[in-house]
Write a protein that binds this ligand. Structure first.
Ligand code: CA
Length: 244
C-alpha cells in the first residue's frame, strides 16, 4: 500500500495489481490535486472501505484475490462511492455500467493517464455535490428524460410511466423518483433525500421522506406489482433497485 501525502480536495482508492500502472496513475492524480491510496489485492478492498470512504474508487477488473466485477457489485450494494472500472475487456462494458454492477464510468486499457484523470474529475464533479451537505443537486432541468428499466420520467411533460402506464405523482414524489433514477442502485440517506427533495419545507424530519417514499411505492406498485422498485437499505436509506 502506498499513499500520497498531499492534503487536497479528495482522495481516490486505486485498486490495480500492475505496480507500474498504479504508480503512473497515482502520479497523475497527485498532479491533479487529488490524494490517492493504492491496493493491489482484491481482498483488501472491503476492509479498507470500512475504515473510511474515498471520494472515488478506481477499480481494475482483473485482480488477484477478488475480481473487480465481484468487488464492484459488493461496493455498490453497501456504499454510494463512485466507481470507475479499468478494463481491457470491452465486452464487459454494458454489464459494468448496467444496473447489476452500477459502475459510474469505465476506461479501456491501455489508456492515457491524462484521459483517466479527466474521467475521474468528471465523475467527481457529477457526484461530489451529493455527498456534501448544504449543496443540492439541480433538479430543475426542464428537458430531462430518463429511462431506467420499466420506468420513464419526462421532466418537460412532468410525466412518469411504469411499463407504459402513466402515474399520477405529486411534485415531491416526482423529484424523489428523479433523484433515484439519475443514480440507479446508489443508496441515498434520508438526510440527503430531504436535502434534495424537501429543502424548502419548514417541518422536515426523516419521517417526511419515509411518507413520500411510501406513497411513491404505492403508485409504482400499481404498474409494477412484482417487486419493490424503491428499496429501503437497513440503517442507510433508499435506493432504486431493479429486478435482475
Ligand atoms: Ca489487473
Amino acid at each position: 500500500m502506498r499513499s500520497s501525502d498531499i492534503t487536497s480536495q479528495g482522495w481516490v482508492l486505486v485498486v490495480e495489481d500492475e505496480p507500474g500502472l498504479a504508480e503512473v496513475v497515482g502520479r497523475y492524480l497527485v498532479q491533479a490535486g487529488l490524494r490517492y491510496e493504492h491496493l493491489d489485492d482484491g481482498h483488501d478492498v472491503m476492509p479498507r472501505l470500512k475504515q473510511d470512504l474515498p471520494d472515488l474508487v478506481l477499480l481494475d477488473l482483473m485482480l488477484p484475490g477478488r475480481d473487480g466485477l465481484d468487488l464492484c457489485r459488493e461496493i455498490r450494494q453497501m456504499y454510494s462511492v463512485p466507481i470507475i472500472m479499468m478494463t481491457a475487456r470491452s465486452d464487459e462494458i454494458d454489464r459494468l455500467l448496467g444496473l447489476e454492477l452500477g459502475a459510474d464510468d469505465y476506461i479501456c486499457k491501455p489508456f492515457s493517464p491524462r484521459e483517466l484523470v479527466a474521467r475521474v474529475k468528471a465523475v467527481l464533479r457529477r457526484t461530489q455535490h451529493l455527498s456534501k451537505p448544504g449543496q443540492t443537486e439541480d433538479l430543475s432541468s426542464q428537458d430531462e428524460r430518463l429511462t431506467v428499466g420499466p420506468l420513464m420520467l419526462d421532466s418537460a411533460q412532468f410525466r412518469v410511466e411504469v411499463q407504459g402506464r402513466i402515474l399520477d405523482l405529486t411534485p415531491r414524489e416526482f423529484q424523489l423518483l428523479k433523484v433515484l433514477m439519475r443514480h440507479p442502485g446508489r443508496v441515498f440517506s434520508r438526510a440527503q433525500l430531504l436535502d434534495l427533495v424537501c429543502h424548502d419545507e419548514l417541518d422536515v424530519s426523516d419521517r417526511l421522506i419515509d411518507s413520500h417514499v411510501k406513497n411513491l411505492r404505492k403508485k409504482l406498485a400499481s404498474g409494477w406489482p412484482d417487486a419493490e422498485l424503491v428499496q429501503a437499505v437497513y440503517g442507510m436509506g433508499y435506493r432504486l433497485q431493479l429486478p435482475a
